[in-house]
Ligand binder design. Sequence first.
Ligand SMILES: *[C@@H]1O[C@H](CO)[C@@H](O)[C@H](O)[C@H]1NC(C)=O
Ligand SMILES: *[C@@H]1O[C@H](CO)[C@@H](O)[C@H](O)[C@H]1NC(C)=O
Length: 720
Amino acid sequence: MLAVTSALVLNAAAAPGAMPTPPSQMLVLGMHHAGTSIVSNLTMMMGAYGGEMNELLLHPENPLKFWERKDVVALDEQRLSAGLEEAVSERYDIPDWVAYGFNALKQATPIHETDAAKAIVRKLNTKRPWVTKDPRMCLVAKEWVELLDAPLCIIMHREPLSVANSMMIYSHNVSLAEWASVYDAYYNSAVRACADKPTVVVQHSDLMAQPYEAVKKLYTQLVAAGVQGLTLPSEAQVNRLVRPTEEHKLKPYYLASERKQVGELSRSISAELSQGRATVPAAASKWVHAERKPNEAIVTLLTTPNTDYLRGALVLGSSIRSFDSSRDMVCMVTAAVPKEWHSSLSVAGWKVLVVDELAEMWWGKSAECSNFAADQGERWGHMATKLRLWQMTQYERVMYLDADSVLTAPVAKLFESIHTFAAEAPRYHSHFNAGVLLLSPSEKVFQELLALGKQEHATLFGNTIDCTEQALLNTYFNGQPGREVTKLPVGRADVVADWNNAETAPFAVHWITHVCPKPWLVADGSEQVASHCDPIVYAYWQRIWNRLTASSKDESSSHSFGPREAARRKLRRLTGVSAGPSLVGSAKPRHYASVSDVLADVRDSVGRQLRQLTMSRRELRRRKYEYDAPWSEGTWAWIAIIGTLALGLGAGALLHKIFIKAPTEVRKGMTVVQAKSMGFRPLGEGKGPVGVVSAVDDDDDEDEEDEEEEEPQKPAKGKK
Ligand SMILES: *[C@@H]1O[C@H](CO)[C@@H](O)[C@H](O)[C@H]1NC(C)=O
Ligand SMILES: *[C@@H]1O[C@H](CO)[C@@H](O)[C@H](O)[C@H]1NC(C)=O
């Protein structure tokens, strides 16, 4: 607070002339997911002018998105795409609105030289004080500021790793490091644009934890900076927009290895901003441009239609992507895996590779190899297919991880430093586990493994493991020249690690035994984490699961969802969850004051669904953000209600709304787990891992999901 005030005084003093003009042109700057929408709304509540209704991008479902001007966004988009460095932007599959690879110095017409920008500012200037926002504006704020005679910057600050983590939903192709470089670029540029201008920094965490306190502080700072004509909104008004979030949700635990993905520059900008100081950093920001490693891949395998393992593979995939944007991620699947899972797997970054199942060598083939529990057979009885890793000769090196494991650190160093076959170090025997492997594909080795499998199995473990691929691999990789084994220190849920130490913490965790429950069971609340199990690995798995299932639909863009929202919806349906909490903003929960409110909501929702179902896809996409349908939601609702009565169409959704959603707050954006913890009963067991709330998220019912089906995969080289 003190720091901010003195910064203001300094800035004011720096202005030439005696009486500085009171600031009356407010730019809300900050990265996506940092709370810029909320603060824009708040300044408007205070009386700042944001524009006329028809000038704004309207989001019927998200009042928080109300305040982006179409013309400003369009100009910013145009300017940003003109300034892209193709070599950087084309390296990644990342939504255009991020402007990854923007270079302000590249030859292009700057904003302040366009008539459109001048006209926008002229129009806004008739109603001072005014406010405008667009996260992308960070990158071009300097050019906008050129046109302003009395600017003031409001910079929204949020901790970089939280922003990066939440941005992961928008691309299955980039890691935390790239998102952290977006953070650098946005804030570095914003802070430079605001360097000699009055600036107020708002802490996202303050705003979320104690909204009204934060609003009072913002108001005081704006008034102190000289902004005139504002009034402090009432607490009730503010509470209608933002509700306090519990402390622990604001500061999730990040592993030291994740924290290391955030560069020094983002960390120092953030450290200054968190003290309220918009300090210009010494260095210019730099977009991460990671080297591709086309000869290396990280692979997992699915062989059953068991959705628990689908969820495992999804979290594993996203955890790999957190740390690695260089290597291909390949999920081998057999025909037993439903085809409709493929698009979900791609959401997590996997390329799906369909392979023929390989017959077991020993499992189930003799009396001693038939003595297993059914659930063991389901997984272990199909693991011979793992040998197909050696057929992936399109790669030189392959790291394999079982679907019930998760990556917790980068693996580049392992690829660089290990040249032998490598496998998960065991805890209770002297061999190795086959849950995590690093290997060089080779058709020759593949054939030798098959040949070995035709012989009697050895007795290494003295139990059914002797009948599995793990025994086969242990027999083959026996330490002889060319068959050396490096043991990989993989973590386990039943061994507590020090996650604050990136040097000693394991690079992966494998749920290898049943001593600690599988993470999905804990995520669903069907089992508790026992005291001997590492709570951090469960929290980590859960955070990544939440990130994967979160909705990305509200992003501030005039034309795009996260590019894979349709596939994400399908993912949620297949795994039986509703949309996780939106990571985009804290959308306002619904409160129903009366039955007529409930009915109004039902009507709107059904109307929306029907409208969307009947619109062509392209039109739908265009309209998602510019809500200018010629027929109002109400009109559609009546059609929907009549339709419901006549045809039964949407009747399920209607009943669901009335009987399940209404009484408390099961709302869109709530996970099944949350719904369960609020006492909602499963609607029927056996419909996926959790049968609760089949339709809490309206959008799961949308008929849009097939458009993102993955391309057919080429068969692996060497496959028969
Ligand atoms: C990410 O996307 C880019 C652009 O489409 C592509 O060239 C690259 O191979 C992808 N990276 C990975 C690791 O798949
Ligand atoms: C801000 O948000 C509230 C609550 O969602 C909404 O009703 C209002 O129209 C928005 N704008 C202003 C200026 O208050």
